[in-house]
Design a protein around this ligand. Structure first.
Ligand SMILES: *Cc1c(COP(=O)(O)O)cnc(C)c1O
Length: 296
């Protein structure tokens, strides 16, 4: 079977009095619309990984993630769609979450491993699948060069050159892919990376290692205390944005990213007349596991 999805990811302009005042235009690349569950950058990252699995005649996908991992769910759904079976090795104590529920519904077998064992992913793969020639290892988050290759294709879809392109970073694979897309087309767009974890300077190096000689801005002040950490200001921002645009953003990735963009605009970081692209990397089912943080 040919592993591909039609890419439905339109550009949508966001209107706001602040942008008008600062003479900024902001567009969102709606990768969240690619697929409801094989969403956003997770599809882009899986595309070449799954094609390689087929080329190697593997039938069983094995991957890793936390109980709210968008990658776990995307892999579960993609496995179901493209005729693989799948196992998800999940970090921590067995728990329920919307992501876990949906991953099971798509047929993924789940194995929970305590946080210490989880650190050794190759070891866990060996332990559970060593003698299974059908099993195919997919790293946590779909990270790595095949994942980056898929993400670079986003650049080819753009109808114009934006002054600035922003994306959130967990492993940095998506940012690296977009950067390599920019540099292979020699575009004048400046890349901006917003890490969503605390102390993420290592990510800067990881991205530089994946895309040699690249230049990008790294905005490390928008992690809100760490991965999946939130505060009232961020939650209020997400609520205001979502109910004024009809576009869902989440507290882990795209909410922090967009908060950063709004903050930089309000601090006059950009020249007047600037056109900015924010990549909506999808993953909006993740917010269902965080509903209790919003006081609505
Ligand atoms: C996984 C994820 C990211 C992080 O992507 P990396 O390639 O790991 O940096 C960003 N946004 C969303 C919505 C995600 O689900």
């Amino acid at each position: 079977m040919m592993i591909d999805l039609p890419i439905n990811s339109p550009l949508e302009e966001i209107f706001n009095p602040l942008f008008k005042l600062k003479e900024i235009e902001l567009f969102i690349k709606r990768d969240d619309m690619i697929h409801p569950f094989i969403s956003g950058n997770k599809w882009r990252k899986l595309k070449y990984i799954l094609q390689e699995a087929v080329a190697l005649q593997k039938q069983h996908l094995v991957t890793f993630g936390g109980a709210h991992s968008n990658h776990l769910l995307a892999t579960a759904c993609a496995a179901a769609k493209f005729g693989f079976s799948s196992t998800g090795i999940v970090r921590g104590e067995p728990v329920d979450s919307p992501t876990i529920f949906l991953s099971k519904l798509f047929g993924m077998q789940l194995i929970f491993e305590d946080r210490e064992s989880y650190l050794d992913k190759n070891g866990l793969f060996k332990k559970h699948f060593n003698n299974n020639p059908n099993a195919y290892f997919i790293d946590e988050g779909g990270s790595g060069s095949l994942g980056a290759k898929g993400c670079s294709e986003l650049i080819e879809e753009l109808p114009e050159v934006f002054d600035h392109i922003f994306c959130a970073a967990g492993t940095g694979t998506t940012a690296a892919g977009i950067l390599s897309g920019i540099s292979s087309k020699s575009l004048n767009s400046k890349m901006h990376v917003v890490p969503v974890l605390k102390g993420a300077d290592f990510l800067k190096q990881d991205i530089e290692n994946l895309v040699k000689g690249s230049f990008f801005e790294f905005h490390s002040a928008y992690h809100f205390g760490g991965y999946a950490k939130t505060n009232d200001e961020l939650l209020r921002f997400i609520k205001d944005f979502t109910n004024s645009t009809g576009i869902l953003i989440d507290p882990v990735y795209t909410g922090k990213l967009l908060f950063a963009i709004y903050d930089l605009i309000s601090k006059d970081y950009f020249a007047r007349g600037t056109r900015i692209l924010m990549v909506h990397t999808g993953g909006t089912t993740g917010i269902l596991g965080m509903a209790d943080r919003f006081k609505l």
